[in-house]
Design a binder for this molecule. Structure first.
Ligand code: ADP
Ligand code: MG
Length: 223
């Protein structure tokens, strides 16, 4: 169970703006806050307009930002004292997911081992996810030679490999299907759903598309 209890964050610039303009001013900076729960093995989709705070919430859960109020627990354990790498999750960032100097296979492998020295089962996981995202023939290519949608699928493949191979029961996906056409969106969501069922993953996704939430059988939280 992922429990997000009144998690609250204001960026320093927004805090300064509130101080200058007064708490009630319409121009005062926004407070990002969230309150929801996701049962183990279930999905939730955070939906809302651009700039409403979806990525901020994922960054708070992943540990790249520290909340000013509230609590985030997974399986009853607070996540807030843990460094990002210690948290039991894998995170697809909205942008800048790939290392430009590594090829596709290495970009996936580095999610499993920082030195990319993989065991036989880990190598099998890399081969499996390359199939899932329909990019096996691109394994030796560099990210700069791929389209935006292909790069997005490599980043997704790294996350899926981590879920497949390791003990990462929580999956955070920030607009994971950007740059993908309808067919690929449907294929990728079917893969995520299948992996979620077999590994009992708890999935938190942000999207603008109601059909993504439906394809993942996700409960919608409007922000
Ligand atoms: P979303 O993902 O829903 O589009 P974000 O979480 O990225 O929204 O941003 C929420 C709000 O916080 C926006 O108003 C945005 O401009 C602001 N914001 C995002 N990142 C920063 C930052 N690093 N510093 C200051 N403000 C930020
Ligand atoms: Mg965002």
């Amino acid at each position: 169970m992922l429990e997000i209890d009144n998690l609250r964050f204001t960026y320093p610039q927004a805090r300064d703006a509130r101080r200058t303009a007064g708490e009630d001013s319409a121009s005062a900076g926004a407070i990002v806050q969230a309150n929801f729960r996701i049962a183990r093995g279930r999905s939730t989709a955070l939906m809302g307009g651009s700039g409403c705070g979806k990525s901020t919430i994922l960054n708070l859960i992943a540990g790249f930002l520290q909340p000013q109020h509230g609590e985030a627990r997974f399986d009853r354990r607070s996540l807030l004292g843990l460094a990002p790498a210690q948290r039991p999750l894998t995170y697809l960032f909205q942008t800048h997911n790939l290392f430009p100097h590594l090829n596709v296979r290495q970009n996936i492998a580095i999610g499993l081992h920082p030195g990319m020295r993989l065991s036989a089962p880990q190598n099998a996981a890399v081969a499996q996810v390359l199939e899932w995202v329909c990019l096996p023939e691109f394994a030796a290519r560099n990210p700069s030679s791929l389209s935006g949608g292909q790069q997005q699928r490599v980043a997704l493949a790294r996350c899926l490999a981590r879920c497949l191979a390791g003990n990462r029961p929580l999956l955070l996906l920030d607009e994971p299907f950007n740059g993908l056409d309808e067919t690929l969106r449907a294929q990728m969501s079917a893969r995520i759903l299948a992996l979620q069922k077999t590994h009992s993953l708890t999935v938190l996704i942000t999207t603008h598309q109601p059909q993504d939430a439906a394809a993942l059988q996700a409960e919608v939280v409007a922000m």
